[in-house]
Design a protein around this ligand. Structure first.
Ligand code: SF4
Length: 78
């Protein structure tokens, strides 16, 4: 029987995003920018509560001027 793990990842809505790249400044270890300034988000899980990557993702979510970012819980099979 396969075990299921839940993890958190940062997501962006490309329709809402304005492409000014503020999120890459707030969470540089998770977000890089493409050539037009739109975010490319790491698919690496954000880690446990209080981890640096999770805190950075939370900062980016709060700092996004278009409310285009959110943290999503996803299931991983192991
Ligand atoms: S901060 Fe928000 S609106 Fe700005 S580039 Fe990042 S996701 Fe897009």
């Amino acid at each position: 029987m396969k075990r299921r793990n839940e993890t958190l990842i940062l997501r962006a809505d490309p329709i809402l995003c304005d492409g000014f790249g503020h999120c890459a400044e707030l969470a540089p270890e998770i977000v890089t920018l493409d050539e037009w300034g739109y975010p490319i988000i790491s698919t690496t899980p954000l880690g446990a509560a209080r981890s640096t990557s999770l805190r950075s993702a939370q900062l980016a979510v709060r700092g996004c001027p278009r409310q285009a970012l959110w943290i999503e819980k996803v299931e991983q099979r192991s």
